[in-house]
Design a protein around this ligand. Structure first.
Ligand SMILES: *[C@@H]1O[C@H](CO)[C@@H](O)[C@H](O)[C@H]1NC(C)=O
Ligand SMILES: *[C@@H]1O[C@H](CO)[C@@H](O)[C@H](O)[C@H]1NC(C)=O
Length: 503
């Protein structure tokens, strides 16, 4: 299926000796096994899980609503990542939920970002911690919330986009909430957002990607909309040749319902912003899980956003498939270097999901080196699929995709009091992991080692929830879980993560 080269090696995490070196003493040992994979001749190593933390499912943020969905998008705030002499690390995460508690239908949820502070005390022993002690390895505290507004200081919404606002004042046609729905305090139908990706800029402004458009939005440091990017026609949801952004049904062509721009990341050295669809467009086989594996990655030049943001690249990425042939859709990407990315692909099983036992949740690797750049070609027209019924069109070379960090590894989860599969309790790994962030370990013996931080989207599931000020009981408590891995990523240009983090 996908090109894969995995070797299980008993490497010491801390000492990192060659494969034939005898096992290190238990005290120096971290995870029991490191996993190495090769892509384009480069060896990447997963040294195991080193941190776990959570925010309880019923935690209320400053507006009085349940905090939730925060793993949809995360980023480390510039200038906050700090290493301390006791071996711990502190920093601030900017997190962005999607569209609010929507189990009983979408709601008029104003988009918002939260700031969380954290302390990482990497745990590298192979001994199993209990669930309470495990939470001391990545301690998270809530600090603040910023509510976001669109043009004219109008609140955004999370309601299903049953209406559109035509292009005006330099903004493209956008999805808006149905004007028939009761919307507080504005006569204008609100821009409606379902945010899934975030990239923070040096000037304090930030990019958000969403599922409804699927669009990319540029916000000011104060949380006000500056700019809206519309992807090529092939990606826009159209019904009978007309834009229709609803997420209730699939369109005739364009992004499938709830399969928008889940992935957003930047190459900080070239100012290239990348966005990736969660799975294939309808014309590319996106109407069925058996045929939806060929998704598309887009590159925008954001060097000078106030002048223009041109589309400069587009590639096809082949997502992994389950043994039954279902696509493991991709919830996040993260740029590394040399045309290589991390991709968080997964099923929907786990705590808060369809089944207790997850069979795929991984931060994998893909490379676009050697893949066909199709931007500005006939494939930007929805009548020319890149993979009709899921079969890749001749002449297109897709990216190379390899398996890498397995979130459901039994041994690793057990070290933090966690598990995969029954029973369905608070120590079951969450279903929906949707975010990735990188920070340097700062170990001079391993200059290519990074912490990979990921968080889950708990869908606001709480038995003691509050949504738009109204209490709710979702029938289950799903905490906002966080995992931290230590990984070796030799393709990351030395110093680039530090530069991006402003440290
Ligand atoms: C999940 O585990 C619980 C026990 O904790 C069990 O009652 C339930 O049937 C399991 N669900 C599935 C879908 O297997
Ligand atoms: C933090 O990391 C830097 C560079 O990796 C190192 O020079 C410094 O000594 C570290 N500081 C502490 C307090 O450990």
């Amino acid at each position: 299926m996908h090109t894969l080269s995995v070797s299980l090696t008993l490497l010491s995490l801390l000492v990192g000796r060659a494969i034939s070196t005898p096992a290190p003493t238990p005290a120096a040992s971290a995870a029991s096994a490191a996993v190495s994979v090769k892509l384009n001749g480069v060896t990447f190593i997963n040294k195991g899980l080193v941190g776990f933390g959570l925010i309880p499912s019923d935690f209320l943020e400053s507006t009085g609503d349940t905090i939730g969905g925060i793993g949809s998008a995360i980023a480390i705030k510039r200038g906050t990542w700090t290493n301390h002499t006791d071996g711990t690390f502190t920093g601030t995460l900017v997190v962005h939920p999607d569209r609010g508690f929507n189990v009983d239908g979408t709601i008029d949820y104003q988009a918002r970002r939260h700031e969380l502070t954290f302390t990482l005390a990497p745990y590298t022993s192979s001994a199993n911690l209990d669930f309470a002690s495990a939470q001391q390895t990545f301690k998270i505290s809530y600090s603040s919330t910023l509510l976001e507004v669109e043009r004219n200081n109008v609140k955004t919404s999370g309601l299903d986009p049953a209406a559109i606002r035509p292009a005006q004042s330099g903004f493209p046609t956008v999805p808006t909430a149905d004007p028939q729905m009761p919307i507080a305090s504005s006569s204008e139908p609100h821009l409606t957002l379902d945010i899934e990706g975030i990239v923070l800029n040096a000037d304090g402004s930030y990019w958000l990607s969403d599922e409804y458009g699927p669009y990319i939005y540029h916000f000011s440091a104060a949380g006000a909309l500056i700019q809206t990017l519309q992807p090529p026609a092939a990606i826009l949801p159209q019904v009978s040749g007309k834009l229709d952004f609803t997420s209730d049904d699939d369109p005739d062509t364009g992004r499938a319902a709830n399969q928008g721009f889940e992935g957003l990341t930047i190459d900080p050295l070239t100012n290239t912003l990348y966005a990736m669809l969660q799975s294939a467009t309808i014309q590319d086989g996106g109407d069925d899980k058996d045929t939806s594996r060929f998704t598309r990655l887009f590159a925008y030049d954001v060097s000078n956003p106030s002048v223009s943001v041109p589309l400069v690249g587009e590639w096809v990425v082949p997502l992994p498939q389950s043994s039954g042939g279902n696509t493991e859709a991709c919830s996040e990407i993260h740029f590394l270097g040399s045309g290589t990315f991390l991709a968080l692909s997964r099923d929907g099983d786990g705590r808060g999901g369809d089944d207790n036992k997850s069979s795929y949740k991984q931060a994998d690797l893909f490379s676009i080196t050697g893949a066909t750049d199709i931007h500005g070609t006939k494939f930007d027209d929805p009548s020319n699929p890149i993979a009709s019924k899921g079969k890749l069109t001749k002449g297109i070379t897709a990216a190379t995709y390899v398996s890498f960090v397995d979130f459901t590894d039994k041994t690793q989860l057990a070290r933090f009091g966690l598990h995969n599969g029954s029973p369905d309790d608070e120590t079951l790994i969450d279903a929906k992991w949707e975010s990735l962030a990188l920070a340097p370990v700062g170990d001079s013996a391993f200059p290519d080692d990074y912490f990979l931080i990921t968080a889950s989207d708990n869908d606001f599931l709480s038995t003691h929830g509050v949504s738009l000020g109204v209490p709710f009981d979702a029938g289950i408590d799903v905490d906002n879980q966080f995992l931290v891995f230590r990984v070796t990523l030799p393709v990351v240009p030395r110093g680039s993560v530090q530069t991006a983090l402003g440290i």
